[in-house]
Write a new protein. Structure first.
Ligand SMILES: Nc1ncnc2c1ncn2[C@@H]1O[C@H](COP(=O)(O)OP(=O)(O)O)[C@@H](O)[C@H]1O
Ligand SMILES: [Mg+2]
Length: 375
């Protein structure tokens, strides 16, 4: 996937040499910029800071898209302006007159320091149910959407290779699936992009194989390669796991930063959640990576309470997702998500925040040295 750029008040001469990027937006007015940033998932914005109100435009663009990389272009070595640009959130500065190639250099530096910033490293969440029908796929799909609202694009892989329902949940008819990747000796970004389906929410789905017999061609090595490529492509990767502990599920669990065990408010659900958590710890998975989520929660159900779950699994559940059978069932029948004010979506949005919070946007080094202001 070529990185998407928006150029604001940058002339065609300076934009030469950016062929390796997708120039998805070229704007000149504040309104056009606002609309473009609101509708396209740009990776970076290059903006002329000498224009009136440009610093405010940067602040606004970053409010719209907190993970956007901003390159400011300025005419003079004006320290005050450089400091204002940094405060506003510019990660690199380029000085005028801009020659072809200058922006490419600034962009490469900005993307490089962005990738080495641990706060922006990719995070993988895997979800597994403690009982069949616990709502794992439902929570995985809405969690991917919630993360995409916070980070623009998210990879969601249906790892229930035999019976997975992620594509169905969105009424997708995949042309390609994970099995089409297996023909390649090396899994490249481009081939993954060709196979994944991009949804309007910014979630990119990697569907399960078309036929059951193809599921058994997937081995842990190719899965590992797919997972690594996805991590390089997306700030968040969500894995919807089958309820089975085998080599492939094990590979996914080893690769994840957080494992969410989804359970319902039943004796069996809670018992199995504890059993699964303990079993994984026995296998060497750190307890701190395992979290519990209570789905279809109803506070009027008294046979299993949140306290009992907490006692049993020795951890407070990270989310209580309400039972909303009508809306969730209808949405999944239609293959459309419920509205963003639906209590299930709100609770899952809070779960996303509880797991990762607002990723701190740290200023990257290099912007001052590019102006000769700091070594
Ligand atoms: N919070 C919820 N409220 C009501 N129904 C839910 C909720 N979460 C899931 N469901 C329903 O439960 C059923 C099983 O969900 P699914 O996500 O397929 O579970 P799993 O992947 O664990 O098998 C589906 O019919 C789904 O619509
Ligand atoms: Mg499922």
């Amino acid at each position: 996937m070529k990185k998407k750029l928006c150029l604001h008040n940058i002339d065609a001469y300076a934009a030469q040499g950016l062929e390796s990027y997708d120039l998805a937006g070229q704007t000149n007015t504040r309104d056009d910029l606002r609309t473009a940033v609101g509708s396209v998932h740009f990776d970076a914005l290059v903006i002329d800071l000498d224009e009136r109100d440009a610093v405010n435009a940067v602040v606004e663009a970053l409010e719209q898209r907190p993970n956007l990389i901003v390159i400011g272009v300025i005419g003079t070595n004006d320290v005050n302006k450089a400091i204002a640009a940094q405060r506003a959130g510019c990660s690199q500065l380029a000085t005028k007159p801009l020659e072809p190639g200058d922006l490419k250099t600034a962009l490469s530096a900005a993307f490089q320091s962005d990738e080495s910033n641990p706060n922006r490293g990719s995070r993988t969440v895997a979800l597994i149910g403690s009982t069949g029908g616990a709502g794992t796929t439902t929570v995985a799909c809405y969690l991917a959407m919630a993360l995409a609202e916070r980070a623009d694009h998210v990879g969601l892989m249906d790892m229930d290779f035999e019976f997975g329902g992620v594509a169905k949940a969105w009424d997708l008819n995949p042309k390609y699936t994970i099995e089409d990747l297996l023909q390649f000796e090396q899994i490249e970004r481009q081939s993954l992009e060709d196979v994944m389906i991009e949804l309007p929410s910014g979630v990119f789905v990697l569907p399960r194989p078309r036929n059951i017999k193809d599921t058994h061609k997937i081995d842990a090595d190719s899965l590992q390669a797919v997972l690594e490529t996805m991590r390089a492509m997306f700030p968040y990767v969500v894995l919807d796991l089958p309820r089975r502990l085998d080599q492939l599920t094990g590979c996914a669990i080893e690769n994840c930063d957080k494992l969410l065990i989804v359970t319902q408010q039943t004796v069996n659900g809670v018992f199995n959640a504890a059993r699964l958590g303990e079993g994984l710890v026995d296998y060497g998975i750190e307890e701190s990576r395992i979290e519990f989520v209570l789905n279809r929660y109803n506070k009027r159900v008294h046979q299993v309470t949140v306290n009992e779950l907490t006692k049993r699994v020795r951890k407070s559940p990270l989310a209580l997702i309400p039972n909303h059978y009508k809306s969730i069932g209808q949405a999944s029948d239609l293959g459309e998500p419920v509205t963003d004010s639906n209590p299930v979506r709100v609770a899952i949005g809070e779960l996303a925040d509880a797991m990762f919070g607002e990723k701190a946007k740290t200023s990257s080094s290099g912007w001052m040295s590019s102006l000769g202001l700091k070594k």
